[in-house]
Design a binder for this molecule. Structure first.
Ligand SMILES: [Zn+2]
Length: 483
């Protein structure tokens, strides 16, 4: 009897063991810790990737795999969703554009939002991405900055390449949006010289077309009226300081006066004059009560923020001054590397102004408050502006978001789930869940313990295609050799 019971027990153990499964044409990552903004951290998971998507995710103990599967051992490693850089410009430095897709991918950036450039130029890089979805980041494009007259990015000097169109009337704005929509843009970008009437026309038509309008708050408006008029997101928190000052109303009247007086000047000159007249004063007159009202409106209207902290605090923090940062210049064209190194030496040698110091402090504080107010943020860089290497700079932005007060998981959210939500793609991207695209990063260390661990990339998965460290290094070596 005892023997029988023993035998029965053995049989039960055998029959309870799930049978090992073979997944045809699949990539299986076994025993890995997954981290995403919806599910947090899950240990010992098996992730099955098939036809570019996450086919199945299950605790490893519940899903024994047949050894015939294509298995990646994830023991001791971490899996996060592929990262987005939500503020890039392919058209800013045309000689750099041909290597941007590869550079982003090598640094684990699997999706991009291009926030301004000539439509034909950015469409070309979007087409390349669509044609090569397993080896190229996806690219969402805004086309040119929609600016008023005189427009800022008019091509008049190398600092202001022709990224914008200068539009003289409300009708011209509408016509341009019709044209851009027919050419397949994913969003619109409004710029600083638009009149309130032009701006409202842009947001109204954008809404009709299902295109989000991002931008810089026009100098002729304040943040509350721009948000109420339908601005969906703000880049760099640009001109937010002007509306958070105790004398915000006075500053607005002064700006309108300056705009009217400077109509004959080049847009870049006029904008600089206004910024120089008002920004330092606005920071000095920062009023927490006024700011609170502004943030309440931004929260109510769900006006997203892309603070680009790395860019906006670069004069004081000099993120590009390190040897490690400049080692990434090896992947840029020789001419760019030389120019950037000289430019950095110049910036580093300059005495930091009181305004620069105050502005950096103001911005870090503002990011924290925006986060506390429940306003959604996205991580973006503005690369390749201001010596910010494509790819490398997004990891810096994640780190400074944590410095500003976000938890590492919240920082990751700004570069994964949030951009997916922004584009209405949250059913397809942004977390590690079944049926979503397999855009993933395999890391050697836990980014929740130290956000800089996002840089310890063991492999990138783009729409199911696993690119391992060796292949990523080959990609980078190819860029270095083509200088
Ligand atoms: Zn930009």
């Amino acid at each position: 009897m005892k023997n029988h019971l023993l035998l029965l027990g053995c049989l039960m153990i055998i029959s309870c063991q799930p049978t090992s499964t073979l997944f045809d044409d699949a990539l299986c990552i076994e025993n890995i810790t997954t981290i995403d903004a919806i599910n947090g951290l899950r240990e010992s998971q098996t992730v099955i990737i098939k036809a570019g998507k996450i086919f199945k995710i299950s605790p490893t103990s519940d899903l024994p795999l047949s050894p015939e599967n294509d298995i990646v051992d994830g023991t001791g490693k971490f899996l996060i969703p592929g990262l987005w850089d939500a503020h890039v410009h392919f058209a800013y430095m045309e000689e750099l554009a041909p290597r941007m897709h590869d550079l982003f991918l090598a640094y684990g950036i699997t999706s991009l939002r291009d926030t301004g450039g000539k439509i034909d130029f950015v469409r070309k890089w979007k087409a390349q991405s669509l044609a090569n979805p397993t080896t190229t980041p996806r690219l969402m494009i805004a086309g040119p900055l929609l600016d008023g007259l005189p427009n800022v990015y008019d091509g008049s000097d190398p600092m202001r390449p022709p990224l914008s169109v200068g539009l003289g009337s409300k009708e011209a704005v509408e016509q341009k949006i019709e044209e851009l929509d027919s050419l397949g843009v994913d969003l619109l970008k409004a710029y600083e010289m638009l009149t309130p009437e032009q701006f409202s026309a842009a947001t109204a038509l954008g809404q009709e077309k299902g295109l989000k309008v991002t931008g810089h708050v026009p100098l002729s408006m304040d943040v509350i009226s721009a948000s109420n008029a339908g601005l969906n997101s703000m880049e760099h928190m640009r001109n937010l300081e002007l509306s958070c000052a105790s004398n915000a109303e006075e500053l607005l009247q002064q700006r309108r006066q300056l705009l009217s007086e400077g109509r004959q000047d080049p847009g870049g000159v006029l904008r600089s004059r206004i910024h120089q007249t008002q920004r330092a004063t606005a920071i000095e007159n920062y009023d927490p009560k006024v700011a609170e009202k502004v943030l309440q409106v931004l929260a109510k209207n769900q006006t997203w923020q892309i603070p680009t902290i790395t860019l906006s605090t670069a004069f004081t923090e000099l993120p590009f001054a390190t040897e490690e940062w400049q080692s990434s210049f090896a992947y840029l064209p020789d001419s760019v590397e030389q120019r950037w190194k000289q430019g950095i030496a110049t910036v580093a040698a300059q005495e930091k102004t009181t305004f620069q110091k105050n502005y950096s402090k103001w911005l870090m504080n503002m990011v924290k408050q925006v986060h506390s107010a429940g306003i959604d943020m996205m991580a973006g860089t503005d690369t390749p502006i201001f010596f910010l290497t494509p790819g490398r700079s997004l990891h810096e932005e994640l780190a400074v978001l944590v410095t500003a007060g976000l938890s590492p998981l919240d920082a990751l959210k700004t570069a994964t789930l949030n951009p997916a939500r922004y584009f209405g793609l949250e059913q397809e991207l942004g977390s590690i869940e079944e049926q979503k695209w397999a855009d993933l990063l395999l890391l050697d260390a836990n980014p929740l313990e130290d956000i800089t661990n996002t840089q310890r990339i063991r492999a990138v998965v783009k729409q199911g295609n696993l690119i391992n460290r060796e292949q990523l290094d080959q990609l980078l070596a190819k860029l270095s050799s083509e200088k």
